[in-house]
Design a protein around this ligand. Structure first.
Ligand code: 8YV
Length: 327
């Protein structure tokens, strides 16, 4: 990693939808360059790219080898969000670039969203809201929901920080919880399934909260989805890539599962018309962490990581693949 301590202001690229909170907090200690879209990469002149030492980015920008290799002096990529499957961390590690993300500050908000989405999906609250607004209630009461939280076993796909926060909420609701993760966590008392399909056969509800990327691509496939049975419910707040979207649509259409609640999509913000046409799905626009409070804390952490790095300190939240041991 490059030495710090020079008096020259570091050049930082702020790449993604404009965010005053980030540009203001970075302040005039940096020479800031702002670009909004992936396609703007081509507009970054080589002379400017040469000077860039830090990048603040969101998950909407693909930070792959082609991008990273444009910046020979790059030292740090600070991404907004806990997920960093949009970043080639292997390339970053090999080129001594530190990658940081924003875990912890969004854990409880995202776990709240998971529970909200799960209950909304099972008990049809969005449909029921539409029922009231349409005036149908004056004709007859809303039909009883087929789904209930009372007879479910939830299988968590992923048992990281957010998975644990979801499990705590489900425990309080007296709902049995099991989980699938590559390795069992000795600190977790719930039953661990090394194989997702085995877990899917034993439960009726999946809450997907595992990192995206090639290792988990279409992990929740047609076999897993259909194993849940006709009372099956899938809630996904991780990445659209983790669930086979076409297989999910088929299962929802045919009734081989009951319903799904989605906050993420394979090609977001584009959502397949086939999903929008279904009445047994609740569709959210990737808002699990999206409160003013939590997004503010995430913005702050993006900035703190960059500021600390260029102040010669250890940034608070590097990803495990690019640890910073001492400076
Ligand atoms: C995003 C998320 O950061 O933390 C994550 O991994 O998916 C979200 O909180 C947010 O959607 C950024 O646009």
């Amino acid at each position: 990693m490059a030495a710090t301590g020079s008096t020259e202001k570091p050049d930082v690229l702020v790449f993604g939808p404009p965010k005053l909170t980030i540009t203001k907090a970075l302040g005039d200690g940096f020479v800031q360059h702002t670009f909004e879209n992936q396609r703007d990469l081509g507009r970054i002149a080589p002379a400017m790219a040469e000077r860039i030492r830090g990048i603040a980015v969101t998950e909407l920008i693909r930070v792959d080898q082609a991008m990273l290799s444009k910046f020979p002096k790059l030292e740090i990529v600070s991404t907004f969000g806990v997920g960093y499957d949009h970043i080639d961390v292997g390339y970053a590690r090999d080129h001594k670039i530190v990658v940081t993300h924003t875990p912890d500050v969004l854990t409880e908000e995202t776990a709240d969203a998971a529970l909200g989405l799960l209950i909304c999906t099972v008990r049809e609250y969005v449909k029921a809201d539409r029922y009231v607004r349409s005036g149908l209630w004056t004709n007859q009461p809303y039909p009883l929901t087929v789904g209930s939280m009372r007879d479910r076993t939830v299988g968590l796909v992923g048992m990281g920080r957010i998975g644990k926060a979801i499990a705590r909420r489900l425990e309080a609701m007296k709902i049995p919880v099991v989980y699938h993760a590559r390795r069992a966590d000795p600190n977790v008392l719930h039953r661990h399934y090394p194989k997702l399909l085995d877990m899917a056969k034993a439960v009726d509800t999946l809450v997907v909260m595992t990192p995206g990327g090639s290792a988990t691509s279409k992990l929740v496939n047609a076999d897993v989805i259909n194993a849940l049975g006709p009372n099956g419910v899938i809630v996904n707040l991780s990445r659209g890539s983790v669930v086979d979207e076409e297989a999910l649509i088929e299962a929802l259409k045919s009734g081989s599962i009951l319903a799904a609640g989605l906050d993420v999509y394979a090609n977001e913000p584009v959502v397949p018309e086939a999903l929008k046409a279904l009445s047994n799905v609740v569709l959210l626009p990737h808002i699990a962490s999206a409160s003013v409070l939590t997004r503010g804390a995430m913005d702050q952490l993006v900035v703190e990581n960059i500021k600390d790095w260029f102040a010669g300190k250890i940034p608070p939240t590097p990803v495990p693949e690019t640890p910073v041991k001492g400076r």
